[in-house]
Write a protein that binds this ligand. Structure first.
Ligand code: VGL
Ligand code: ZN
Length: 233
């Protein structure tokens, strides 16, 4: 009875989220782990190093052992990509610019196709990973999300891939919490998947409060925040 009253007060989507957040995900044939952008450039020593980025590797390696289904995303830009500050005269990294599709943060050159920085961390040990979705490969459009590019219309193909495989639930880990993990997680929900983000298996860039904003946006959009210890062993 109180649950029904709660649903009226909260709204159906929020009530469903509350219900789901209290049940931890099952890991079954219809659950997949998405490992986001665990690449050299996002780790210490890389050109867009996320603080503690390398610390996710052992956590993700252990997590991945519990999954039979895993896909990975890989940030994969051509040289001269429009998200690079170096492509815009007078602009510096971490400034923003108006692009045709909206505001874009400008980054140091990173994850250039075929470079060492774009490679996955060598200590990532997920031999059963089944697909790699590369993203951000169009010069004029960025893609934080593994599902839909920054123009918010061009699909990467990941939704179709997961649907065709009968996947219902996605568990997300990787880099960076406030950019590629955040956008990938929200798009997973929009595509109709139940979505869990494993906070201790992620690290953030945290530009001007972007991490707190990301968690708030994810919560508002039915992404469930969990810790790796809450997943079934
Ligand atoms: C990312 C900034 C630029 C990420 C990718 O993986 O979060 N952030 N490109
Ligand atoms: Zn990028």
């Amino acid at each position: 009875r109180s649950l029904i009253a709660g649903a009226g007060a909260l709204g159906a989507a929020a009530a469903a989220r509350v219900a789901r957040a209290q049940e931890k995900p099952v890991i079954d044939e219809r659950t997949i782990l998405i490992v986001v952008d665990v690449q050299n450039d996002f780790c210490p020593g890389g050109s867009l190093a996320v603080p503690g980025g390398d610390e996710v590797v052992p956590v993700i390696n252990a997590l991945a052992k519990r999954f039979s289904h895993v896909v990975m995303t890989q940030d994969w830009h051509p040289a001269g990509h429009s998200s690079f500050a170096s492509s815009h005269a007078g602009k510096r990294p971490f400034e923003t610019i108006a692009m045709a599709y909206g505001q874009q943060v400008l980054w140091p050159d990173h994850c250039v196709q075929g470079t060492k920085g774009a490679e996955f961390r060598a200590d990532l040990a997920i031999p059963q990973a089944q697909a790699v979705i590369r993203k951000g490969y169009r010069r004029e459009v960025d893609s934080y999300s593994g599902f839909v590019e920054a123009d918010r219309t061009t699909p990467t193909g990941l939704t179709g891939y997961l649907r065709e495989r009968g996947i219902l639930r996605v568990v997300i880990a990787g880099l960076a919490t406030d950019f590629c993990v955040n956008w990938t997680a929200q798009d997973a929900v929009r595509a109709g998947f139940d979505c869990y983000v494993v906070e201790d298996a992620c690290r953030a860039i945290d530009l001007e409060g972007s991490l707190a904003r990301a968690w708030a946006e994810m919560a508002d959009n039915d992404v469930v925040r969990i810790r790796s210890s809450e997943l079934p062993g």
